[in-house]
Design a protein around this ligand. Structure first.
Ligand code: ZN
Ligand code: ZN
Length: 593
């Protein structure tokens, strides 16, 4: 190659680096994907200072011959398409060929590779090959990228903080590990192990390595299929959730993809089982004939479109709802075994409630990586399979009330242990399901009032509501204009709570007034049901009799979801006999006196 050509090539690579190499994670992505393409089963990523100083990837893949190794750093030396049926590969073409050349043009690279015979070692600085020599014969590739952007300092400034570069990389490796449970991934930063999967092919073990036992033992196995799609994976119990949707991971034919609508449908399947502002942890693999998908690949994301999308959404939604609908979801209050040591402190008693601990609010890969013992995870896997399928109506066990604390919490018991029930949350749930059923029924009856009441509004409110009288009428209100800025209500739906007719009518009118332009009747009904159920539930600090407590629990048990109030908060907590004994230090002693 002439010198001018090489200079052109270098410049083109540097320009491309600006687009392709946005952050350290882009470099990691390129290197690790090469390792996967090389059929590696063990991939180790070692970082110095979150990758800014050095990114080193070691694999046990097929390795490269010397000629290929040299060519790999040239812009148009794109490796051939290995499998023409691989849609993903075809779409990545163009990006992949340039990436390694671009990375090499803005860093110092050492490549050691071998197919098992003579090894090759190549040193490159700023895109220029400085040295080629014989390396050792160990099969596989070790590539080290140092001093990223050393020759383009302006780009260096675009890198984020060490913490956020590391979080991006961890996020990326986590997703790869979940999509390739057969590959053993290790991620290390400055000698701290951040992730270490076992590569046995067990997805739950991979989830455990990433999220820790707290999460993995609260994951449910799901699988279902229709004519075109086969879906399988793990979904978190509703009590396990995170502050962002980053942990809803969808794979298509084993590769991580993004589809916002699909993610939304997955999240919506948990509706009212968790707070709306929180998101579940989900890993779903969708198997489908590649002709039914359309993949659009950009260096930083992989968006996907599906044919027969509605059927897919229905499949996934029903699968999740069915699974959650067959579980006893009362959160268990327990003592963490590893904390139950010689000198336990009260602070160490931890509620098994993610929502209470906000440690996960700020995404930190280091916190996520929790150590576990082998027997724990085996136990977890056993449990996930075993404790399935309860009849929908028997999900919440019989609970017998024994008393009330501060007019707020009912203490209950059965042979399994003790329960605390939040009477407001419980009543809220019962009301909510009642109103939702009524609101969803178009044949609602209406009650004519002997003494109509009026509702006064401001002039601007009045203008809006005049336009929406139809909405009130559909709800079986008889409402008319009455003088200046007032409505007269002559009849109301029969299900309005007795004694609170005008209060609830006002509430409903407020909801209509505040409802945005994209008016969906479903969301509107949801809002009315949630608002009324809260306003009309028993307040805290209200003493109810033992009979009323029994009635409340019995009504709660009849609910579709007895475990959460409409806002997603728990209605009940459970203390097993075993955990009570541990809390009082009774367990482990032979003679309790
Ligand atoms: Zn409330
Ligand atoms: Zn609530």
């Amino acid at each position: 190659m002439s010198k001018i050509k090489i200079m052109d090539e270098l410049l083109a690579n540097k320009i491309a680096a600006g687009e392709v190499v946005e952050k350290c994670a882009s470099v990691v992505k390129e290197l690790v994907e090469n390792s996967i393409d090389a059929e590696s089963t063990v991939i180790k990523v070692e970082l110095a200072d979150s990758g800014i100083k050095e990114i080193k990837v070691t694999d046990n893949g097929v390795g490269m011959e010397r000629e290929d190794a040299e060519l790999a750093f040239f812009r148009h030396a794109t490796s051939k398409i290995k499998d023409e049926n691989d849609l993903f590969r075809i779409n990545t073409l163009g990006f992949r060929g340039e990436a390694l050349a671009s990375i090499a043009s803005v860093s110092k690279v050492t490549l050691k590779t071998s197919t098992g015979e003579l090894g090759t070692q190549i040193e490159i600085s700023g895109g220029i090959i400085e040295n080629i020599s014989n390396g050792d014969a160990r099969q596989g590739t070790i590539i080290s990228v140092r001093d990223l952007f050393f020759n383009t300092p302006a780009r260096l400034k675009h890198l984020k903080s060490l913490q956020s570069e590391l979080a991006n990389i961890a996020d990326f490796i986590n997703k790869l590990a979940l999509s390739h449970p057969h590959i053993k991934f290790t991620l290390v930063n400055n000698d701290t192990v951040i992730l270490n999967t076992d590569g046995t092919g067990n997805l739950l073990k991979t989830i455990n390595a990433i999220y820790g036992t707290e999460v993995s033992r609260n994951m449910f196995l799901v699988e279902d299929e229709n004519e075109d799609y086969t879906v399988s994976g793990y979904i978190s119990a509703p009590s396990i959730h995170r502050s962002n949707r980053n942990h809803i991971i969808t794979l298509v034919n084993g590769r991580v993809v993004r589809n916002q609508e699909l993610n939304r449908a997955i999240n919506d399947s948990y509706h009212s089982y968790k707070p709306d502002s929180r998101y579940p942890i989900v890993v779903l693999n969708i198997e489908v004939d590649p002709s039914l998908i359309d993949v659009n690949i950009h260096p930083t994301k992989m968006d996907i479109k599906f044919s027969k999308f509605e059927q897919l959404i229905e499949l996934v939604t029903n699968m999740i709802k069915n699974k959650i609908g067959r579980k006893n979801l009362i959160p268990k209050v327990e003592v963490k075994p590893e904390l139950f040591s010689e000198k336990p402190k009260y602070e160490e008693m931890t509620l098994n409630l993610e929502r209470i601990s906000e440690t996960e609010e700020k995404y930190s890969p280091i916190i996520m990586n929790e150590d576990f013992e082998n027997n724990t995870i085996e136990h977890v896997i056993e449990n996930v399979i075993e404790n399935d399928i309860l009849e929908t109506k028997e999900r919440m066990p019989e609970i017998y009330p024994v008393g009330l604390v501060h007019g707020t919490y009912i203490i209950g018991q059965n042979e399994l242990g003790m329960y605390l029930i939040d009477q407001h949350a419980a009543k809220e749930r019962i009301n909510y399901e009642y109103y939702k059923a009524k609101l969803g029924n178009p044949d609602n009856e209406s009650i004519a009032l002997l003494f109509p009441f009026t509702i006064e509004l401001t002039n601007s409110e009045f203008i809006i509501i005049k336009d929406k009288l139809e909405v009130l009428r559909n709800l079986k209100f008889d409402a008319e204009e009455f003088g200046i800025n007032s409505l007269v209500i002559k009849a109301h739906p029969a299900w309005l709570p007795t004694g609170y007719e005008d209060v609830s009518t006002r509430k409903i009118i407020e909801i209509i007034l505040n409802h945005g332009p994209n008016f969906s009747i479903e969301k509107f009904n949801e809002k009315i049901a949630t608002t009324l159920s809260c306003k009309l539930a028993i307040k805290a600090n209200e003493n109810i009799t033992l009979e009323e407590q029994e009635q409340l629990i019995s009504d709660l048990r009849k609910c579709d979801n007895p475990f959460n109030c409409p806002h997603g908060r728990p209605t009940a907590l459970f203390y097993s006999n075993y955990d009570l004994e541990k809390l009082f230090k009774r367990s482990g002693f032979d003679n309790i006196v």
